[in-house]
Design a protein around this ligand. Structure first.
Ligand code: TXA
Ligand code: MG
Length: 311
């Protein structure tokens, strides 16, 4: 099966909704990265996602809804703080891990955990499709597990051709890194994965703790977000994170990493046959924290300190 890439015309949205209703998986644009979508209420469809991505069986999926009202029907605890954050940041790049209070979402979504991660994406095509389906969509990033997340339809095609029937081309993702994943601890907001909704933005709503984004090799600690323990975002080339000036370090360097282009550049450098890519680490604050997290993990915590910093 060759995967077909189509623009989001009404006919294509209708076809995608019909494929999803019939338990197939379809790649869809979101404002963060492309997602590999399946009916979140259908365990057999969820299984296809794990197979297509080669995803570890203990790494749970995010459920995508069209609005807070749909989320309210999913049997999850929406406490006051969660509702306020939803009001402020949805539709958008914030994923909240909520406790299950009724058995509506199949346990396959969250690999047996007593929580489910949910978000309302801001991309009009994703929203239109969820509404056309009438059910929420499970959607991890549409890359092969471990590789850089796709920010263009062509990236999805490179990883998924032959495995899925349809890729909806919604153009380049405006955000370029995956959503911020948070969970709650009493009134504390724990960031499990930093993203475009920053710690600074969340701190208006309560105390914010950045959890284990650099948990790496240590297998003795079970991370709160299972995805954080795996090698991730890595191209074929070796990635070296650099503290200091990257000038003169090699042919393939990213001196000023930006969210919209980081993953695309890693894929582009692979196409050009890069063996090593040097990326300058940004300050880990604001959106820089999300970039820092992706770079340090793509580099498998391999950091080069360059002394001759020029200011
Ligand atoms: O921006 C995004 O979030 C994209 C787009 C497609 O929406 N999706 C995405 O999904 O990045 P994925 O599967 O690549 O990453 C989901 C992350 C993983 O780190 C996973 O461990 C975490 O969310 N996660 C999912 N459910 C969880 C849960 N119940 N508890 C803790 N972490 C969870
Ligand atoms: Mg992913």
């Amino acid at each position: 099966m060759k995967s077909i890439i189509n623009s989001p015309t009404p006919a294509v949205i209708a076809e995608a909704a019909s494929l999803l209703t019939n338990g197939e998986i379809v790649a869809i644009p979101t404002e963060t990265v492309y997602g590999l979508a399946a009916n979140a209420l259908n365990p057999a469809a969820i299984e296809k996602i794990f197979v297509a991505k080669g995803r570890p069986r203990d790494n749970p999926l995010i459920v995508h809804a069209s609005d807070l009202e749909m989320v309210r029907g999913l049997g999850l605890e929406i406490h006051e703080l969660a509702a306020r954050l939803a009001e402020r940041f949805w539709a958008g790049a914030l994923t909240m891990v909520l406790r299950r209070v009724a058995d509506i979402i199949p346990s396959e979504i969250s690999c047996g955990l007593n929580t489910v991660a949910v978000r309302v994406p801001a991309h009009p095509v994703a929203l239109e499709l969820i509404k056309a389906c009438g059910f929420p969509l499970a959607a991890p990033s549409a890359n092969i597990s471990g590789s850089p997340s796709p920010t263009k339809a062509a990236h999805v095609f490179a990883d998924m051709n032959g495995k899925i029937p349809l890729i909806i081309d919604g153009g380049d993702c405006s955000c370029g890194v995956e959503s911020t994943v948070i969970m709650f601890d009493e009134n504390k907001i724990k960031i499990l994965r930093p993203g475009a909704v920053t710690a600074e933005m969340l701190s208006e709503f309560g105390e914010v703790v950045v959890e284990g984004y650099h948990v790496g090799a240590d297998d003795s600690v079970r991370p709160l977000s299972p995805g954080t323990k795996y090698k991730h975002y890595s191209p074929r080339a070796e990635v070296i994170a650099v503290e200091g000036d990257v000038a003169g370090l090699g042919e393939f360097v990213i001196a000023n990493p930006e969210t919209q282009t980081l993953f695309a550049k890693l894929r582009e450098f692979d196409e050009l046959g890069a063996k090593q890519v040097f990326i300058r680490l940004p300050e880990p604050c604001g959106i820089g924290l999300a970039l820092y997290n992706r770079i340090i993990r793509a580099a498998e915590f391999n950091v080069l300190k360059v002394e001759n910093e020029k200011f």
